[in-house]
Design a protein. Structure first.
Length: 431
């Protein structure tokens, strides 16, 4: 009989066979030999059991399906069942780890901040948006109380009152945040943060736009209504006075028309239903037209030169004419009589560029960043004198955005300004 096969026999039967063998030895060799054989058999049996118990204890300290020992007899069934349980457990852990990785990846891509805290507000996890909003660092701040990390009296009051059914608007780190705590377990809470800075800025721009547009329209309407009231109450006005009033009303009416046209242009440029349809923009006739319009506006009061040394591009001729025309007309309006204006179209390594350079009144540095805002004026009185609507550079900005172009502004007070429009190489016609 193969000795290895002995271990496939059940433990009780195996012990019985050993005792039977000891009895046989007793019968043939005497009681002492039989007793010795029985003791040796029991020792071997116990040694094998202790060996497998030791292997089992060692495996339980560091369970792994790949490190599970082999066994014989009943131990084979025990180890096979442990192997199956361990494989199922490893499979479940792998699935949970995958789901956790997906969850964290999804949370990291959210624009809103998510902070997971325990019942006493100790930080357990947060996503990158929450780190940005609240100034947290997960590696550094994990395990610390959130109220010690977010230094805000309003936030502390929100925590103390515990009225979590309503969100809290919080000004923190130069941002406007909307935060809310959501209990979701007995010992867990979620802090959600939403950055409302941009939406607040857009809402403020909308309010400012309506207020400024109303103000700009109210002034010419007041003038026109005033003159109409005079004409209706004083029918016998002198012809010279009547003509002066009519002239002023026509000027104010034209001002309103220009303002409305510029607002409609801005609305069209911002509309998603009005995509850019690129066409062949022939630069030479466009530059000649810009030069003619600048000369007509100047009426001979300025020296205006033009330089053309670049390729044609793709885009909208009408939109680019409006943008380039605005830059050229601004140079004329804000350059005193006798000044010089240079309009140029050039080719560079990065791409073609349009520029308008003048030696006019210039712009102080604190105004440059806001020049493309709607109705923003450096000098309101001078802007009204030059019949500007305050929307020209806003139109320029939106036209350039639609053409993947950038506007650069360089200026010094009393020395002049240079406005440069840089197009990418991909906008060159034929590339």
């Amino acid at each position: 009989m193969n000795p290895r096969l002995l271990f496939w026999i059940p433990a009780g039967l195996r012990l019985g066979l050993m005792l039977s063998a000891a009895g046989v030895v007793w019968y043939f060799l005497g009681p002492l030999a039989g007793l010795l054989a029985a003791v040796i058999g029991l020792c071997v049996f116990l040694a094998v059991q202790l060996h497998y118990l030791y292997q089992l204890a060692d495996w339980l300290d560091n369970p792994s399906s790949g490190a599970l020992p082999d066994g014989w007899g009943a131990w084979t069934d025990i180890f096979s069942r442990l192997y199956k349980l361990r494989r199922d457990d490893e499979r479940n852990q792998a699935e949970l780890a995958e789901w956790l990785a997906r969850f964290r990846q999804a949370m990291s891509l959210l624009p809103d901040g998510v902070v997971i805290m325990d019942d006493v507000l100790f930080l357990e996890w947060c996503n990158p948006a929450a780190e940005k909003h609240l100034g947290l660092m997960l590696d550094r701040d994990k395990g610390m109380r959130v109220t010690n990390l977010v230094r805000s009296p309003a936030f502390m009051d929100y925590i103390i009152l515990g009225r979590y059914d309503q969100p809290l608007t919080l000004s923190l780190r130069e941002r406007k945040l909307i935060v809310q705590i959501i209990p979701f377990e007995n010992r867990r809470q979620i802090l959600v943060t939403h950055d409302a800075t941009e939406s607040e800025r857009i809402e403020m721009m909308r309010r400012d736009f309506i207020a400024n547009a109303s103000h700009e329209l109210r002034t010419p309407l007041t003038v026109i209504n005033g003159f109409l009231e005079i004409a209706s109450t004083q029918p016998n006005l002198e012809p010279q006075t009547r003509m002066a009033h009519l002239k002023l009303m026509m000027e104010q009416g034209q001002r309103m028309q220009n303002l409305v046209e510029d607002m409609l242009t801005l609305t069209r440029l911002e509309s998603l239903d009005y995509p850019l349809r690129p066409e062949h923009v022939m630069i030479r006739p466009l530059m000649e037209k810009i030069h003619q319009e600048a000369q007509a506006l100047s009426a001979g009061r300025h020296e205006i030169t033009v330089e053309m040394a670049g390729p044609d591009i793709k885009g909208s001729t009408d939109e680019l004419r409006s943008a380039f025309g605005n830059l050229a007309s601004n140079a004329v309006r804000y350059t005193p009589a006798g000044g010089k204006i240079h309009i140029a179209w050039q080719d560079t390594a990065a791409g073609p560029q349009f520029s308008v350079r003048d030696n006019g009144i210039g712009i102080r540095p604190e105004h440059i960043a806001r020049l493309t805002e709607r109705f923003y004026r450096v000098d309101k009185s001078r802007s009204r004198e030059t019949q500007g609507t305050g929307l020209g550079l806003a139109i320029v900005k939106h036209v350039l955005l639609r053409h993947d172009a950038m506007l650069g502004i360089e200026s010094e007070p009393d020395k002049g300004s240079t406005f440069t429009v840089r197009f990418p190489r991909t906008m060159v016609w034929g590339d």
